[in-house]
Design a protein. Structure first.
Length: 199
């Protein structure tokens, strides 16, 4: 059933209800809003099989964040990824037991919310926030150590970077995930990701 949040309906999660998303391997696809080519453009290379992707400033920042995901989320690792002009594919490995830094991901990091430091939202913050982040968002948001926490933090970081520099940018809502169940699936998906630019 749809739930109301701030008088708006929320679409129920598409995540598998039987899986906790706090461990395992996942194939992730994230798209830009309306499939706009925010990350770069494909440059044909005549006579060569491999085309070249020329990254934009936002695309370069996306690449940097994907490469450094473990420094922000010690329980997450991205061994393979590809950036395309309007979407990303990557494999992410989540192991919550590896969160040795004790990072507190429960605090609201939603850029659009920004209750804790945006003075224009002070009244809203007073009503729904208590010291350690936005309590309403904590109820509906992913918990520490989960796949959704990593993806939300990653997407928010890119959005914030673009906004601070006056770059027009937006993500498509949510993301697509597929649970990788065995080594054969892992190998097949890794090959697909690596070959994606050729296609």
């Amino acid at each position: 059933m749809e739930e109301l949040f701030q008088k708006r309906f929320r679409i129920p999660s598409a995540r598998a209800s039987w899986h906790n998303y706090r461990e395992g391997m996942y194939f992730i696809t994230i798209c830009t809003h309306q499939q706009k080519t925010h990350f770069g453009r494909i440059i044909p290379r005549p006579g060569l099989e491999e085309n070249q992707l020329e990254l934009t400033e936002v695309g370069r920042y996306v690449e940097e964040n994907l490469q450094q995901i473990t420094s922000h989320y010690p329980y997450a690792e991205i061994p393979v990824f590809v950036i395309m002009p309007n979407h990303l594919h990557f494999i992410i490995i989540i192991d919550s037991a590896d969160d040795s830094n004790g990072n507190d991901d429960s605090t609201c990091r939603d850029v659009a919310c920004n209750h804790s430091n945006d003075t224009s939202n002070r009244d809203v913050a007073r009503n729904v926030s208590t010291g350690n982040g936005c309590q309403i968002h904590m109820k509906i948001s992913p918990q520490k150590g989960s796949l959704s926490t990593v993806i939300r933090g990653f997407k928010s970081a890119i959005t914030k970077y673009a906004r601070e520099r006056g770059i027009a940018f937006a993500w498509q809502t949510r993301f697509y995930d597929r649970i990788i169940r065995n080594q054969n699936e892992l190998n097949a998906i890794a090959t697909y990701i690596e070959n994606n630019p050729y296609k």
